[in-house]
Write a new protein. Structure first.
Length: 294
């Protein structure tokens, strides 16, 4: 009995030693803990599978919208080019009648115009705004072909804004060759990219009528229209014709690569013997400014 008891004690001792070694091995093995931690990490929590068919549908819808947007942009661009060509190749009176019938087309034109202007590094209207601020807010201004009336919105001067069509109550819709302004009532007449009709000379004659003696005439036009090497008018001939109308040339600004600025003043006194009749003035042809498809 004593021998059997000793054997049992030895066997129990061996079991206890093995159990102790197992505990130490587990406690000293960090990978065991890391495994437990990593299994509990949210990244390893099983996620519901995404429906691949929905992903494909979403991607397809995105491509369809992108295609439709491109087609709308092309369509809008095509309408703008058509309307732009129309304005350059008809008289102001014809353009007025055309847009009266479908005034929404004029909104479409101006949306396209603004998109084109967004590519210009500098806008001529901003230069004219600065010029007016430098010359004082007491000057009364007539803005012929005002568009969105940016000029009037950015100066303190009194500004009469004219265009073919407008939803803005501050803009007078009219043929620019026949405004409601009194003769010799304006200090500054502005044409900012607006000498568009085939009868542009009649717009300038109207500007002469409404300007006070000594009043300013400011013209900004696309540079290509005054490039004789590519079919444009000679800027000197253009200046000469305006001077024959009764203005004196003050300066020309060719610094910008996109447009030219002309500055004239209405003569204080007109010599009737030297001043040519309006119909005798030889006006150069200003070629249409047609925008290319982008």
């Amino acid at each position: 009995m004593k021998r059997e008891s000793v054997m049992e004690d030895r066997e129990g001792s061996r079991k206890r030693k093995r159990a102790g070694r197992c505990r130490r091995k587990t406690d000293n093995n960090p990978s065991h803990l890391n495994k437990q931690i990593s299994e509990a990490h949210p990244a390893n929590v099983p996620q519901p599978k995404q429906d691949s068919s929905k992903l494909k549908t979403s991607h397809k819808a995105s491509k369809t919208l992108s295609f439709l947007d491109k087609m709308k942009a092309r369509l809008a661009g095509g309408h703008f080019r058509m309307l732009n060509e129309k304005l350059y190749t008809c008289t102001g009176k014809e353009a007025l009648e055309y847009f009266k019938e479908e005034p929404e087309l004029f909104d479409m034109y101006h949306a396209g115009y603004q998109e084109q202007m967004s590519h210009w590094p500098e806008l001529p209207v901003n230069i004219i705004i600065k010029w007016l601020k430098d010359h004082g807010s007491s000057l009364v201004v007539a803005d012929f072909g005002c568009g969105d009336a940016r000029l009037a919105k950015n100066v303190k001067n009194k500004v009469f804004s004219f265009d073919l069509v407008s939803n803005d109550p501050s803009v007078v819709a009219c043929d620019m060759s026949n405004t409601s302004l009194d003769s010799e009532s304006i200090d500054v007449a502005v044409f900012c990219l607006s000498l568009m009709g085939t009868n542009f000379s009649s717009y300038l004659q109207e500007a002469y009528r409404v300007l006070k003696p000594g009043g300013w005439l400011l013209i900004a036009e696309v540079k290509s229209r005054f490039d004789p090497t590519s079919g444009g008018a000679d800027p000197n001939n253009f200046t000469k014709a305006i001077c024959e109308l009764g203005f004196s040339s003050v300066s020309k600004d060719f610094a910008n690569k996109m447009f030219i600025l002309f500055y004239f003043k209405k003569k204080e006194e007109q010599n009737s013997t030297k001043k040519k009749k309006k119909k005798d003035i030889e006006w150069p042809e200003l070629k249409p400014c047609l925008y290319k498809r982008r």
